[in-house]
Unconditional design. Structure first.
Length: 252
């Protein structure tokens, strides 16, 4: 029998072997030294004078010094323009109101889908899940979502419709952000190596949508992802193998 561990209270933080990012502690207001061409992610803001400052406390990470962001161990998601998040429909009117786990609900236009028209648009109901991109995120304005990219294509965005085995995991923003480069995170490699067949959609807001051919496999994958946060690659593979044996997942 498996238990979904939603929150982890362990305070130990260490550099994961598979993560090519250096660690540097930052506090809100700290000036961060980055290249002018670097892409700024969550937790960083470009000031008018050209300096980059941290907007929240956490660990400064980078990938090849081309993209920088702050890993903040926070339960509440802070909306950032461009983030792809998983939302829950809470109200249906002329537009949708969507819970994204933040200080405010977001709005999603009924025509903000690929090919949507007034006569042909998704019929979303309260409780449905959507994978959407933040078009607008400001402390002074309500977050606004869209399910199309700059070219008007869905490109993976839209309602999340899975099997009866689908599950929404409420993890934390650190875990979900590590899953975004899906092939680069150790636990996903270990799950595929062990023979698990699954679909994963990580949201930058700490929500992870999972689906597989068996409910027990979905629960097992959720456990493996959640428990991997403070593990080395060797420990992850050992944990995944033990979980696979317990649910009867055959090796490829």
């Amino acid at each position: 029998m498996f238990t979904i561990y939603i929150e982890i209270t362990t305070k130990v933080i260490y550099k994961m072997a598979m993560d090519p990012c250096e660690l540097q502690e930052c506090l809100p207001g700290d000036v961060v030294s980055v290249s002018a061409s670097a892409k700024l992610g969550p937790g960083l803001r470009l000031e008018e004078e050209g300096t980059v400052v941290a907007t929240q406390g956490g660990l400064l990470r980078h990938r090849d010094r081309k993209a920088f962001w702050i890993d903040a161990y926070s339960k509440r998601y802070i909306p950032t323009k461009g983030d792809c998040v998983i939302g829950i429909i809470t109200q249906v009117q002329r537009h949708y109101r969507v819970d994204i786990g933040s200080y405010s609900s977001a709005t999603l236009g009924e025509l903000a889908f690929e090919g949507a028209t007034k006569r042909n648009k998704p019929n979303l109901q309260v409780g449905d899940l959507v994978y959407a991109r933040l078009m607008q995120a400001s402390v002074d304005l309500e977050p606004e979502l869209t399910c199309v990219d700059g070219s008007g294509k869905a490109n993976g965005l839209g309602p999340l419709k899975g099997s009866e085995n689908a599950f929404l995991l409420h993890a934390n923003v650190v875990i979900s952000r590590r899953l975004v480069p899906r092939k680069g995170y150790g636990v996903l490699k270990a799950l595929e190596k062990r023979g698990f067949k699954y679909e994963v959609v990580p949201g930058m807001n700490g929500r992870i949508w999972l689906d597989s051919s068996h409910l027990f496999h979905t629960i097992a994958i959720a456990n493996a992802i959640t428990l991997s946060e403070y593990m080395t690659q060797e420990e992850i593979e050992r944990s995944v193998n033990e979980i696979g044996d317990n649910v009867g997942c055959s090796k490829p």
